[in-house]
Design a protein around this ligand. Structure first.
Ligand SMILES: Nc1nc2c(ncn2[C@@H]2O[C@H](COP(=O)(O)OP(=O)(O)OP(=O)(O)O)[C@@H](O)[C@H]2O)c(=O)[nH]1
Length: 625
């Protein structure tokens, strides 16, 4: 049975802003955000205990399986203070669930911009991790009040005293002010809800000004089209308004407006400080973008709320169907996924080695991995992805600027300067591994910005690093060098000029496009030798000698050779009967169909796939801690 919302003073559209508390929960992955959110839904009576399922708010299958939150959601919950001198004070809590992973930092920052307060949730058995810090900085940038909370106090390994010290040291204040809870058993959660009403401030806004609402999430629903989540800042949006998106000027009819509690509940209007959803019938999330400001067409606001950014892909990779006849299906699947993902970018591309496919842009490696997994799982496609690369900006000597999202577009002429994206990375590690982490970062062209002791045995290291150095196996390396104890977070931090070169891999003198890469000059040799060695083992011997070369322009930097073999399928048939010979030749022809020709060399497609797939796989690891 859907919950019925109070029709009185607390009804959506009529809620006194002084009663509203908008807050988010920020935490490192797996510190228990979704579990705590579930417990709150239950304690506030929004979800019937019998309907409760784990991670109620994580709706997508992939989210639930991976246990990570990709899309944020907002839930409205009534709460009345239970204890203390303000007992009996009724409030409306809007809990805005935020994604935790670095790829979705922009979404986190928009969700937080819709809040006045944030719960800083830390696992009492683990302490502060890199994403705790990164998200805390985002919350502080948005001027949010912070309530420090230690979770999982039911665990035997929990050390709440120790980590309360650490938290207090980080955000200032008294360790005793850290609230201790268990999302699992519910212990401490009612007290936390009381404190949310007591400590967080209500929203402020101009009730009589033209309406302005910020979009903090936008999801595509097969039945309802795009559902847009907004936080009203000024004025009021009612069900009969025509709304206008301030970044594009597009005007839409409102079909429905309401709040989530925890399913969609229609409302008459949303007023100052309220959080809810809009449905306009548009079919594409790009028309309703996160960060944009919604106003009313008849009485538009003059200025948009700040902070809107176009989503910009950071990492590109080619996606190819293993079976070439799946190409139209892949196109259709990408078209559909894009409806739900404003950051996904793709265009057709052809590769000599892999056939027809798409060059796709992603926010980061986890984003790539999620899209690929959804394509394979929901659309039944078998895919191969080329090694991911970042976006380079090359300036030629005659002053032309070329943006390179694919190594094959790298200009061949004289280049004055090449810029690559850099990130600001935060690594948290136990004291013992500081040396190992530094060595790794230095090896990846990192630049140490600073180092702080969070407690006697935990260190925060801040580096700038080229994004390209992080997207391969950085995370795996970090984990293995620190026995799994270090955590990593990073955010884009502009670009830098670097000494970069394009390495081509040539097979019998012909370049194989799928293996061209842009790498730092000092790493070109390593890249060249490793790919050449890999291909030598994967490509079967031919009837002539095949050199595999790695080259920068016309200069060869590495070489391997596949020795010649004469494969005579008829060798076994001395004399014998002609029909048997014909049969063997037919069979050989069949086998050849699966071969790709690179110049004169026959290469089984599986060889390309094997050579490419051993480079990926890091995103999976990066998805979890
Ligand atoms: N013992 C114990 N386990 C908990 C508690 N809260 C969460 N967990 C467990 O910790 C794991 C991670 O919890 P989630 O709620 O999925 O964590 P999350 O922070 O939402 O993770 P992301 O959505 O990936 O960011 C799950 O296995 C939970 O069952 C708690 O209070 N006590």
């Amino acid at each position: 049975m859907p919950p019925t919302l109070d029709p009185g003073a607390n009804a959506p559209g009529a809620t006194d802003p002084a009663r509203i508390r908008n807050f988010g929960i920020i935490a490192h992955i797996d510190h228990g955000k979704s579990t705590l959110a579930d417990r709150m839904l239950q304690l506030t009576g929004v979800v019937d205990p019998r309907q409760m399922r784990a991670q109620y708010l994580d709706r997508m299958d992939i989210e639930r399986e991976r246990g990570i939150t990709i899309k944020s959601q907002a839930v409205r919950m009534p709460w009345t203070i239970r204890e203390g001198d303000r007992a009996g004070e009724a409030a409306v809590l809007n809990m805005i669930d935020t994604p935790g992973h670095v790829d979705f930092t922009y979404e986190v920052s928009r969700s937080l911009a819709a809040c006045e307060g944030a719960i800083l949730l830390v696992d009492a058995a683990q302490g502060i991790e890199a994403q705790t810090l990164a998200n805390l900085y985002l919350a502080l940038e948005n001027d949010l009040r912070i309530i420090p909370v230690l979770n999982k106090i039911d665990l035997p390994a929990a050390q709440p005293e120790k980590y309360a010290e650490e938290l207090a040291h980080l955000i200032g204040g008294d360790p005793a002010d850290c609230i201790r809870v268990s999302g699992k058993t519910g212990e401490g959660v009612p007290y936390l809800l009381d404190e949310i009403v007591r400590q967080f401030v209500p929203p402020t806004g101009e009730a009589d000004s033209p309406a302005r609402a910020m979009i903090f999430d936008s999801v595509y629903d097969v039945y309802r089209g795009v559902v847009t989540y907004v936080r009203v800042v000024d004025g009021r949006i009612s069900a009969r308004d025509r709304i206008k998106m301030m970044s594009t000027g597009a005007v839409h009819e409102l079909l429905e407006i309401g709040v989530i509690s925890p399913e969609m509940v229609k409302a008459e209007a949303l007023g100052v400080g309220e959080v809810g959803y809009l449905i306009t019938g548009v079919k594409d999330v790009r028309q309703s973008r996160v960060g944009d400001t919604v106003t009313i067409n008849g009485n538009p606001a003059k200025e948009a709320l700040g902070g809107y950014k176009d989503p910009k892909p950071m990492v590109y990779s080619g996606l190819y169907p293993i079976d070439g006849s799946d190409y139209p299906n892949l196109r259709e699947a990408l078209d559909k996924l894009k409806l739900n993902d404003a950051a996904l970018d793709y265009e057709p591309e052809t590769s000599g080695a892999l056939g027809f496919g798409f060059r796709c842009g992603f926010l980061g490696l986890l984003h790539l991995e999620i899209i690929r997994e959804r394509l394979e799982r929901e659309y039944n496609l078998d895919l191969i992805s080329t090694a991911p690369n970042v976006v380079y900006r090359a300036i030629t000597e005659d002053g032309q600027e070329i943006v390179v999202t694919n190594p094959s577009e790298y200009p061949t002429g004289k280049i004055a300067e090449v810029y690559e994206p850099v990130v600001r990375a935060t690594v948290l590690t136990p004291n013992d591994y500081v040396g190992a982490v530094m060595e790794l970062c230095q090896g990846r062209r990192g630049n140490l910005l600073g180092m702080d002791y969070l407690s006697a045995d935990r260190v925060e290291l801040r580096y700038t690093l080229p994004l390209a150095e992080i997207i391969f196996d950085f995370f795996d390396q970090l984990k293995s060098r620190t026995k799994g104890y270090a955590s990593l977070d990073y955010e884009p931090s502009g670009e830098q000029a670097s000494d970069l070169v394009k390495v081509d891999i040539l097979l019998h003198g012909e370049p194989v496009d799928a293996f061209s890469a842009i790498v730092h000059k000092d790493k070109a040799y390593n890249y060249g030798t490793s790919i050449a060695a890999k291909l030598r083992n994967l490509i079967p011997r031919q009837q002539f000698e095949v050199p595999i070369q790695a080259a920068i322009g016309s200069r060869v930097i590495a070489r391997e050779t596949i020795r010649a073999i004469r494969k005579d399928v008829l060798a076994k048939c001395y004399g014998g009967d002609i029909s048997r010979k014909r049969k063997l030749l037919e069979k050989q022809k069949e086998g050849k169909k699966r071969m790709k020709m690179v110049g004169r060399v026959e290469v089984p497609q599986e060889a390309f796939i094997a050579a490419l797939s051993s480079d990926s796989g890091d995103a999976k690891a990066a998805g979890k801690k």
